[in-house]
Design a protein around this ligand. Structure first.
Ligand SMILES: [Zn+2]
Length: 275
């Protein structure tokens, strides 16, 4: 995970259709707050056609460089991914094993600052409606409550840098200095799941190859290493130089916001440029 910069202003479907439906939801809640707390009720259901609008998703994908906000994979080649609500819109769980508490953060269903792009696994298989607070008695339960009194265990990536809580040892993700919030992130998003560990280790291997090839000096007169490289790879000098240039670019761009797994790369190679 890395911090995410959200472009402004909010996409139009949220501020037009979303704002209109939000007023309806607020009126329903104000008319009968108790009914909205009954387990399983659907009084404050949001409209997925608004927050899932193509304009909203396109903007999230652009702001997040097509990466999942949690695992930093690019899932779009194998799955479309989800528009994720940081504070769950339909109901929440303080603990994994408890039933869904109602209502959820219905008033944030169309709030731009509450929306992210996440892969199917991080969103649906792991986080779901889990949203633990340090002190659950401080939870905002309707649109007139103050969110500022909440202290969520999971970091809001538009306002917090997750590197304060999480670090990596090679491909393994760890809570920084035993951070409770770091541990909560790893568990909530499944950031240590085996498939993700495999992808991160492959990524580190590719970067190591890029670093080695990028270090080859093909300036004339060629040294022995350069001659051996061109001969074994059966490359002309021009083709070899193109390969070296590409490897240097991959290495130099590996910690930018645009790169997959930039959080892991930054932890392992803190001297690489991040912007
Ligand atoms: Zn993910």
């Amino acid at each position: 995970m890395i911090r995410i910069t959200k472009s402004q202003p909010a996409p139009a479907p949220l501020t037009t259709r979303g704002a209109r439906h939000l007023r309806q939801l607020q009126a329903i809640q104000a008319a009968d707050p108790a009914a909205c707390q009954i387990p399983g009720n659907k009084l404050l259901e949001s409209r997925d056609g608004i927050y899932n609008d193509a304009q909203v998703k396109a903007r999230l994908l652009s702001d997040q460089h097509r990466k999942c906000c949690y695992c930093e994979s690019r899932p779009t080649s194998v799955s479309y991914g989800d528009v994720e609500h940081f504070r769950p819109k339909g109901g929440y769980q303080q603990a994994r094993n408890e039933p869904l508490n109602k209502p959820g953060y219905y008033w944030l269903a169309y709030a731009w600052e509450n929306l992210y792009f996440a892969c199917h696994l991080c969103n649906q298989e792991f986080k779901g409606n889990y949203f633990p607070l340090r002190n659950p008695t401080k939870r905002a339960k309707c649109h007139t409550d103050a969110l500022a009194q909440e202290h969520p265990l999971l970091p809001d990536l538009a306002t917090e840098n997750p590197a304060r809580y999480l670090t990596f040892r090679q491909d393994a993700i760890l809570p920084k200095r035993g951070s409770l919030r770091g541990q909560a992130c790893i568990e909530a998003f499944g950031l240590d799941r085996p498939e993700l560990l495999d992808r991160r280790i492959e990524h580190l291997k590719r970067l190591t190859h890029a670093r080695i090839i990028g270090a080859i000096d093909l300036s004339l007169p060629l040294n022995a290493t350069a001659r051996q490289f061109l001969s074994e790879a059966r490359l002309s000098l021009a083709a070899g130089q193109a390969l070296v240039d590409d490897a240097r670019r991959i290495w130099q761009e590996a910690a930018l916001d645009t790169a997959e797994f930039a959080g892991m790369v930054r932890a392992s190679f803190p001297h690489l440029p991040t912007s």
